[in-house]
Design a protein around this ligand. Structure first.
Ligand SMILES: *Cc1c(COP(=O)(O)O)cnc(C)c1O
Length: 396
């Protein structure tokens, strides 16, 4: 019974029936021309969603984490210096991965709830007159805190410092749900995963790679085999794959992009913004606040709700699962217990969101938190019935 309920975790997200069906296909020979007929539309679609004008798309049988590893191992060498900020669990885990690969990570410690600190990034790059920093890493949407960072701003900071480093962006919980402009922002590698904005099961890392990153690949000496872009690109050229591809997931990816484009990417972004805003209205009506400290940082895919003093966000998540069969996200790392997270990305309608907000409220009442039943739901209803996705997209 509970498996009928939508999930409100910020990935994996709810899988539309059409995508589930598209993934479910008979075996085909990946060395036959049949494979290219599945593969090519998926790759072409990813280029559009990422906003790529040049470079290559790489699809790896992996997850977002594997995408990080592929980005780093294909372009860098042991001891290379990279620059990044730590402001949540996902930026932290990318740093950890880089350190385990023997990279020299210059970390700008940033309070959780804030985003990439542009002035500090620019200062660090300007101070690096020898251009030792080979790459700047940025988490576009920090899923642990519900914070969106300004990637265009990071590009401006890099240009202002006149620094030639590569720019790598973790867009795992933003791409396909929030505007992403790889070409316009000068992103060298963008990393996404199948199970968030693309509404698929986990199992694919989706990367966009710029010509500059491809040039860096030739000199990079970190070991890689399974993730080697060179093997991938050589096989792609002949319509193939260097090993057995997850054909069903790739077919599902093409279907997902078809659905996103049928809705219209601008409408998809507007829908995410609107559902996020409805969530934030509910949070305010509960007398609570998002973990993101200022409105410009608010994520349109996940809201980390700071729970009142003396309350524990993890209690709410556990009760929602055990009593109502509904999944919310727990707080991670520094904010464990202090927040619970509402994922509002992927396939989600007004009706689905309202059910999640109503469930969160029931849990709060059950736990004896000082929240009036219906208060958040009413605030969200009020906003939703007086706004529309299409109008928001047209105004943008
Ligand atoms: C989910 C997520 C990841 C990790 O992706 P996996 O697919 O679980 O490996 C990385 N970064 C961000 C921002 C995420 O939201």
């Amino acid at each position: 019974m509970s498996t009928q309920n939508p999930v409100f975790i910020p990935g994996p997200t709810n899988i539309p029936e059409e995508i589930r069906k598209a993934c479910d296909m008979p075996t085909l020979d990946h060395r036959s021309p049949q494979f290219a007929r599945v593969f090519k539309p998926a790759v072409a679609g990813v280029r559009r969603v990422l906003g790529m004008s040049e470079g290559e798309v790489i699809l790896l049988p992996s997850t977002g984490t594997g995408g990080w590893e592929a980005a780093v191992t294909n372009t860098l060498s042991a001891g290379d210096k990279i620059l990044t900020a730590r402001f949540g669990m996902f930026s932290h885990r990318w740093i950890d991965l880089c350190q385990r690969h023997g990279l020299d990570v210059q970390i700008i410690e940033t309070p959780w709830g804030q985003g990439a600190p542009l002035a500090e990034i620019e200062a660090a790059l300007s101070a690096d007159t020898e251009h030792e920093i080979k790459a700047v890493l940025a988490t576009h949407n920090e899923t642990a805190t519900g914070v969106k960072s300004d990637i265009a701003g990071i590009r401006r900071a890099m240009d202002a410092a006149g620094h030639p480093a590569l720019l790598f962006v973790d867009g795992v919980s933003s791409i396909g749900s929030m505007p992403f402009d790889m070409a316009g922002w000068g992103v060298d590698i963008a990393v996404a995963g199948s199970q968030k904005g693309f509404m698929l099961p986990a199992g694919l890392a989706v990367l966009g790679v710029s010509p500059k990153a491809l040039r860096a690949m030739e000199a990079a000496t970190l070991p890689r085999t399974f993730f080697d872009f060179r093997d991938m690109l050589k096989s792609y050229a002949s319509g193939g794959y260097p090993y057995t591809p997850p054909v069903g997931l790739i077919a599902g990816l093409a279907k997902a992009i078809e659905m996103l484009e049928e809705e219209g990417l601008q409408n998809v972004y507007a829908r995410h913004h609107r559902l996020a805003e409805a969530t934030r209205r509910a949070v305010a009506a509960w007398g609570m606040q998002p973990c993101a400290v200022t409105p410009d940082l608010y994520s349109d895919t996940v809201t980390a709700v700071v729970v009142p003093q003396g309350c524990n966000g993890t209690d709410l998540v556990q009760l929602a699962a055990s009593k109502y069969g509904v999944a919310f996200g727990v707080g991670l790392g520094e904010v464990a217990g202090k927040v619970f997270r509402i994922g509002h990305l992927g396939m989600l309608t007004d009706v689905m969101l309202l059910s999640g907000l109503a469930t969160a409220e029931m849990c709060m009442a059950d736990l004896g938190w000082d929240v009036k039943l219906g208060s958040g739901v009413a605030a969200a209803q009020d906003y939703l019935r007086n706004s529309s996705n299409v109008a928001l997209a047209a105004a943008a």
